[in-house]
Design a protein around this ligand. Structure first.
Ligand SMILES: [Zn+2]
Length: 65
């Protein structure tokens, strides 16, 4: 099973990455401080992205479920 983010979800993620009140500024490479957790369920894939600062965002598109 291949997990990928749709364009809309990527835009949402980018916006959140830029705008959440992050305390971590020196992680180097872009995206290096984010970890992705995709959980398949019977009604769709739950897509959680967590920042190294411990904040996380739910990118799941529940409206399509
Ligand atoms: Zn952060």
């Amino acid at each position: 099973m291949i997990f990928e983010l749709q364009k809309r979800e990527l835009m949402k993620l980018k916006r959140w990455e830029d705008n959440h009140n992050c305390c971590i500024t020196d992680m180097g490479a872009i995206g290096g401080k984010l970890s992705y957790k995709f959980t398949p369920t019977s009604i769709g894939t739950v897509k959680i992205v967590k920042c190294a600062c411990s904040k996380e965002i739910d990118l799941s598109n529940y409206t399509n479920w």
